[in-house]
Ligand binder design. Structure first.
Ligand code: 3PG
Length: 210
């Protein structure tokens, strides 16, 4: 998955994790994030309109690379691909999901939090994973400790990551990007404060990847 994912996740140091309640906000939200320099957008399948949001962003937002998050099943995987997702993200791994992903040209960024799961992914040929939930599972010191024994796996830590701690993760040699919802606060989205979101995105885009 690394070759297909790298150009997408390395385009910016932060991948916004989006929970979009109202499909009408999807396009302006995506435009605001892209304007700030964040181009890979993860729309989580946690709201009824998530697939419609992916279709709308795919069709209308130039420069956006829209992916789907919270993929738990092969059915969701297929629906997200059909909606136009260019990458998929799961919170964890399962035999069924990995078997399904192996047959798809659209890359999966699977979530893991242990060395055993990392070994499982390496056996499956993966080169990149999401580290989830990053802060709760042990944070940057934990992820740093995985780098030496598991040099073949790069991570996108997500979960509890913010502007304050993102740099600590990005400084690790096994981190390609971080993910987080902080760049799209629910209140700003509800208020249609797209300028505020562009500012948050620009701050995030200015963080340095190692
Ligand atoms: C998630 O899946 O909810 C992401 O990890 C986002 O976590 P965050 O809201 O802590 O950034």
């Amino acid at each position: 998955n690394l070759a297909a994912l790298l150009p997408i996740v390395k385009a910016a140091p932060v991948v916004p994790v989006l929970i979009i309640d109202d499909v009408k906000t999807a396009v302006p939200l995506a435009r605001a994030l892209v304007a700030g320099g964040l181009t890979a957008l993860e729309v989580t399948l946690r709201t009824p309109d998530a697939l419609e949001c992916i279709r709308a962003i795919k069709g209308e937002v130039e420069g956006a690379n829209v992916g789907a998050g919270t993929i738990l099943t092969p059915k969701q995987f297929d629906e997200a691909v059909a909606a136009g997702s260019t990458f998929l993200v799961s919170p964890g791994i399962s035999p069924k999901l990995l078997a399904h992903a192996a047959g798809s040209p659209v890359p999966l960024l699977p979530g893991i939090a242990t060395a055993g799961e990392a070994m499982w992914l390496l056996e499956e040929g993966y080169g990149a994973a999401k580290f989830f939930p990053a802060e709760q599972a042990g944070g940057a010191p934990y992820l740093k400790a995985l780098a030496s024994p598991l040099p073949g796996l790069m991570f996108c830590p997500t979960g509890g990551v913010s502007l304050k701690n993102a740099s600590t993760y990005l400084a690790l040699k096994n981190v390609v990007c971080v993910g987080g919802s902080w760049v799209a606060p629910a209140a700003a989205v509800a208020a249609g404060d797209w300028a505020a979101i562009t500012t948050l995105a620009a701050e995030a885009a200015a963080l340095k990847a190692a």
